[in-house]
Write a new protein. Structure first.
Length: 368
């Protein structure tokens, strides 16, 4: 998958911008605050309709502007034109100028994998961060997953609302609650199975890639879920056993909305016992494994964005990572330190200098 052309209107600090990319490496360099990350963020937003920075949509609009637009020409098996329009009132997406009514039908059309310094949060922070990341990853390779997830969240919200208004003694056997719980379990099972299969795919490659990066092979992911070894009757009994507690708390205490993933290095949870270097290497291995899974499932590689990944890495580690990236992957690298990237990569790249929201292509000059 490649993005050949990008056009921005009123996105972040880009009032009007148009650029064509290389199908291989695209190096985007400039000073901090110039707009490098904004540029690759626009590609991410075009693909997934939301920012990786966790900001609300209106922040993406340039100051005082009412509308922002991102347009891209992207090839997979075929070349299509994608458009995302953001306004205060919401967002619209189009493919070849035809409106797509549901975002769940749009997401997965453009696949993208992002490396970002904040990715350490994936290991360090709460299970919510890990669930969100996994949901986004699976949604890009399984269109039905997002629909199942949306339905699960809708049912969960309904069940929680009902729990807050019911009474332990009078309504604990309510037929409505029984139906809600049964449907919640149905969709929970579908989500659990999708996550389980995805994590199994990750575990087939992540150990070898981690070994390639730092010489230790025994990295594995452990999937923690209330639905583990799924048995419908046992799960329903868990919900019934927890019902009085759920009514008191006003929320559902078990289910796939509590799932988690643990990174285990030689049997130990890397979040608790690993160094920051080991955690960073684990994330890099995880992201490289994502690339391989996308290829395995979809038959092509996603667009890869390396946003300021090299700021804390030495030249040897950077080149080691770049050597693990397949030549067929279109890669975007943002950096303030272009000298850290080897000549072989630079000579096969398009170079773009960013200065205060303006982008210009520059020629590569081999270092002596």
């Amino acid at each position: 998958m490649k993005i050949h052309h990008l056009k921005l209107l009123n996105f972040r600090n880009y009032e009007k911008m148009e650029v064509s990319f290389s199908p291989k490496y695209n190096i985007i360099f400039g000073n901090n605050g110039s707009g490098k990350t904004n540029l690759v963020e626009s590609i991410y937003v075009l693909a997934l309709t939301k920012s990786f920075r966790g900001t609300v949509d209106k922040i993406l609009l340039m100051n005082s502007k009412d509308v922002c637009r991102i347009e891209g020409e992207v090839s997979d098996k075929y070349t299509n034109k994608y458009k995302l329009i953001l306004k205060d009132g919401g967002k619209k997406v189009k493919i070849n100028n035809t409106k797509v009514d549901k975002l769940s039908d749009y997401i997965s059309k453009i696949s993208v994998v992002l490396f970002n310094p904040d990715d350490l949060r994936f290991i360090k922070d709460s299970p919510t961060i890990r669930r969100k990341a996994i949901n986004l990853e699976i949604s890009q390779i399984n269109n039905g997953y997002l629909k199942n997830l949306n339905m699960y969240n809708k049912l969960l919200k309904q069940r929680n609302s009902y729990l807050k208004t019911t009474n332990i003694n009078a309504n604990s056997s309510s037929e409505f609650l029984t139906i809600l719980t049964s449907k919640l379990v149905d969709y929970g099972e579908k989500i659990y199975e999708s996550r389980r299969k995805y994590i199994n795919l990750l575990n087939q490659r992540i150990g070898d890639l981690y070994n390639s990066i730092c010489g230790i092979k025994d990295l594995k992911l452990e999937y923690v879920s209330d639905f583990k070894d799924f048995d419908r009757e046992k799960i329903l009994k868990k919900y019934q056993d927890n019902l009085n507690r759920d009514i008191i708390m006003g929320k559902t205490s078990i289910g796939v909305h509590h799932d988690d993933i643990k990174f285990k290095l030689e049997g130990f949870n890397i979040r608790d016992y690993g160094s920051e270097g080991q955690q960073k290497n684990a994330i890099i291995a995880y992201k490289l494994t994502e690339l391989e899974i996308f290829y395995q499932v979809r038959g092509n590689y996603p667009i890869l964005i390396l946003d300021d990944l090299f700021s804390e890495l030495d030249r040897f580690k950077i080149n080691n990572i770049l050597n693990l990236i397949n030549d067929d992957i279109q890669t975007f690298i943002t950096t303030t330190e272009i000298d850290k990237i080897n000549d072989n990569v630079l000579s096969n790249s398009k170079l773009f200098e960013v200065v205060d929201g303006y982008v210009r292509e520059v020629n590569y000059e081999r270092r002596i």
